[in-house]
Write a protein that binds this ligand. Structure first.
Ligand SMILES: NC(=O)c1ccc[n+]([C@@H]2O[C@H](COP(=O)([O-])OP(=O)(O)OC[C@H]3O[C@@H](n4cnc5c(N)ncnc54)[C@H](O)[C@@H]3O)[C@@H](O)[C@H]2O)c1
Length: 421
C-alpha cells in the first residue's frame, strides 16, 4: 500500500457513485450550510484528516465538506463490509480524496488501509469504532505528537476511548460525537431502527408481521429497532442486562426475558448491545429450524460465530448475505451479513436525513478541535452544547418547522423560585 494515492475497487464506478452522493446531498441541508460556510472561512486550512468511517454516500458528503473547509482528507473504511465501491471511486475521481477501501476486503487489507490513511500524518483523526486511535496508540506512536485531536462516531468507540482515558493512555483529546444529543437520539434510534429492518428485509424478504423478533439490548439502537419491528406487526421480545433499561422495555409494552428463554421463541434475532458473545452455542442450539440471526451492533463478536461453525455440519450461502448453518441436530440457523452491521452490509446504512445531523456534529467538532485543541487535555469531551443546539435549530429550519419562543414572563417564571400555587 506504501505510497499509493488511493486503493479502491474500480474507478469506472465513479459516475454511479457521484449520482448517489448527489442524491444523499438532497437530504443533508445542515451539512450543506456548513459546507457553504467552510468554503468561505476555510477553518480547516492546511490540516490533514484521517477518517475511518463507513464509506457511504453520506460520508462522501462529509468528506466534501471537510475538503471545502481546507482539509486534506484520507478516508478508510470502518467496516470491511460497509464500503460502497461506487462512492469510493467517485471520491477519488471527482473529489481527489484519497480513499483506501474495498468492499469485502479481508482483515489484512482492512488494516493496510487503516495504515495507509494514517501514513498521511493526520492532525485530526475521525473514527467510527476507535480503529484509527487504537492503531496509532499501539503501532504508530510516532504519529501521536502530530495529532491535535480526534472525533468518535459510535457508542462502542466512545466506550473504548473512555477506558483509554481511565487508564491514562489516551494520547490526544477526543470529541465524543456519539454522545451529542443530535447524534445518538436520532442516528442510533431512528437511523439504526429503520435501516436495520431495511437490511433484514433486503437480505431475506421475510414477513415481519406476525413474526417474533428478539432484540438483544434496549439502548438507543435497540429501542429504535424494537419500535419499528412492533410497527410492522411483530411480537417483540427484548433481552437486557440492565434492570432499569429492562424495566423501561417492559413499560414500553415489550416482553422481556433472558436470551436462553427467547432462543426457542424467536423467528428473527437482532443484537445491538456493543457487547461480545450475546448469542452463543447454547442459544443457537435451542432455536427454531430456520431462525434468522443478525447483528447491528458495531462488531460482529455479538454473535459467537466460531462456536456456531463448530456445531454445524455444513455451511452454504442460500441468498446474498444469508448463510445457512446446518447444525448437527439437523436444524438450520441463518446468519445475515457475516454477523456484520446488517444495516450497512445488506442495506445502505442510515438514511442521509439522519446522517445530516451526525455529520454536522463531525464537521463542527473538527472545526472546534482546530480552534481549541491547545486548551484541551488528553480526555474524552462531549460536543459543546451550543453546537448541539445549533444543529437542532438548523434541522428544524430546513424542514420548515417553527416553534414557540419563551415570553419574557415565562423566562422570568422559569428562573424564579418564589412563585407557588
Ligand atoms: N448499526 C448501526 O449503524 C449503529 C449505529 C449506532 C450505533 N451502533 C452500535 O450499536 C451498539 C449499541 O449502541 P447503543 O447506542 O444502542 O448503545 P447503548 O449503550 O445505548 O445500549 C446498549 C444496551 O445493550 C445492553 N447490553 C449489554 N450487554 C448485553 C447483553 N449481554 N444482553 C442484552 N443486553 C445487553 C446494555 O445494558 C445497554 O442497555 C454499539 O456497538 C454501537 O456502536 C450501530
Amino acid at each position: 500500500m506504501k505510497n499509493k494515492a488511493y486503493d479502491v475497487n474500480d474507478l469506472r464506478l465513479a459516475s454511479d457513485g457521484k449520482k448517489r452522493i448527489e442524491w444523499a446531498a438532497n437530504y443533508m441541508p445542515v451539512l450543506r450550510l456548513i459546507r457553504e460556510r467552510f468554503a468561505k472561512d476555510k477553518p480547516l486550512k492546511g490540516l490533514r484528516i484521517a477518517a475511518c468511517l463507513h464509506v457511504t454516500t453520506e460520508t462522501a458528503n462529509l468528506c466534501q465538506t471537510l475538503k471545502a473547509g481546507g482539509a486534506e482528507v484520507a478516508l478508510c473504511a470502518s467496516n470491511p463490509l460497509s464500503t460502497q465501491d461506487d462512492v469510493a471511486a467517485s471520491l477519488v475521481k471527482h473529489d481527489r480524496i484519497s480513499v483506501f477501501a474495498i468492499r469485502g476486503e479481508n482483515r489484512k487489507i482492512y488494516y493496510d488501509h487503516v495504515f495507509a490513511a494514517i501514513d498521511r500524518k493526520p492532525h485530526i483523526t475521525m473514527d467510527d469504532g476507535c480503529d484509527v486511535v487504537s492503531t496509532i496508540h499501539s503501532k504508530r506512536k510516532d504519529l501521536l505528537k502530530g495529532v491535535m485531536g480526534g472525533t468518535e462516531e459510535t457508542t462502542t468507540g466512545v466506550i473504548r476511548l473512555r477506558a483509554m482515558e481511565k487508564d491514562k493512555v489516551l494520547g490526544y483529546p477526543i470529541i465524543a460525537v456519539n454522545d451529542s444529543n443530535t447524534k445518538h437520539l436520532f442516528d442510533n434510534r431512528y437511523g439504526t431502527g429503520q435501516s436495520t429492518l431495511d437490511g433484514i428485509l433486503r437480505a431475506t424478504n421475510v414477513l415481519i408481521a406476525g413474526s417474533t423478533v428478539v432484540i438483544a439490548g434496549y439502548g438507543w439502537c435497540g429501542r429504535g429497532v424494537a419500535v419499528r419491528a412492533k410497527g410492522h406487526g411483530a411480537n417483540v421480545i427484548v433481552t437486557e442486562v440492565n434492570p432499569l433499561v429492562a424495566l423501561e422495555a417492559v413499560m414500553d409494552g415489550f416482553q422481556v426475558m433472558p436470551m436462553a428463554e427467547a432462543a426457542p421463541l424467536g423467528d428473527v434475532f437482532v443484537t445491538l448491545t456493543g457487547n461480545t458473545s450475546v448469542i452463543r452455542s447454547e442459544h443457537f442450539r435451542r432455536m427454531k429450524d430456520g431462525a434468522i440471526v443478525c447483528n447491528s451492533g458495531h462488531f460482529n463478536v455479538e454473535l459467537d460465530l466460531v462456536s456456531l461453525k463448530k456445531m454445524s455440519k455444513s455451511v452454504r450461502e442460500v441468498r446474498p448475505f444469508v448463510e445457512e448453518f446446518r447444525l448437527k441436530n439437523g436444524k438450520r440457523v441463518h446468519i445475515l451479513g457475516d454477523g456484520r452491521l446488517i444495516n450497512l452490509a445488506a442495506a445502505e446504512g442510515h438514511p442521509a436525513m439522519v446522517m445530516d445531523m451526525s455529520f454536522a456534529n463531525q464537521a463542527y467538532s473538527a472545526e472546534y478541535l482546530a480552534k481549541n485543541h491547545r486548551k484541551l487535555q488528553n480526555k474524552v469531551y462531549c460536543v459543546p452544547e451550543n453546537i448541539d443546539a445549533n444543529i437542532s435549530a438548523l434541522k428544524l429550519k430546513s424542514k420548515g418547522i417553527r416553534i414557540d419562543k419563551l415570553t419574557r414572563e415565562q423566562t422570568k417564571y422559569l428562573a424564579s423560585w418564589q412563585e407557588g400555587t
